[in-house]
Write a protein that binds this ligand. Sequence first.
Ligand SMILES: [Zn+2]
Length: 250
Amino acid sequence: MNHCHECNKSFDPEYHFCPLCGNPFQNESNPAYLLLKARELKHNGDLRGAIETYEKYNGMEGKNPYSYRYLGGLYYQLGEMDKSIENYKKSIEIKSDLADTYYYIGISYYRRAQIRKAIESFETCLKFNPQFAISYYWLGITYFHIGEQQKAIESYNKLLEYKPSSFIANYHLGVNYNAQGEYKKAIQHLGKLMSCCSEDEAVLYHLGYAHFESGNMAEAVNIFRKAVELNPDDKRSEKMLKHILDVSDI
Ligand SMILES: [Zn+2]
């Protein structure tokens, strides 16, 4: 018999959940209980315990794509990328159209420095759910990584479609456009960040740089000066400021 800890009544062993209060019966041969237990262990920070419990669950119910995905996430948290990827792959074998799973496996590939595989995974994620905006961010990062700036820019522009005021999208578009020599566009995106993040030294540096390259020297000096004032250790902005002022003196 199954005994419910909540209402203190006993029921037929074929039930997984108490028919009165809905709690899963607390015994280790009840898969529903194992899922609940794994979630609690994870919640309490016992990642190894959670892994052990999900693996026991998978041994009983081998066809749940989510439990494999959770396992992939737990191994990721422990920094064990091989096992993380292995479990995400099993999840995909069971259900091949879950956008989230491709997103997660993409990040594990990225952490294992398999950039092409990461890109492929983020692209697949977006094929199944074009609104999975965070994948555009990761595509931007990964394409930038392999020197494909144009594709990085396309990805960040897509991210901007879904999150028009995204700091990440505007910031990285600014950096990428600077790298491509498209300074007007860089100014446009970095300039948008002045309303939220005018004290961010990285934003100031890249915006100052775009103005410098565009020949707006007064504007560039103002921005670099502000960056150095806010953070006297900001060597990049200090160097640019010196460079402009030295040249101007001549
Ligand atoms: Zn009950």
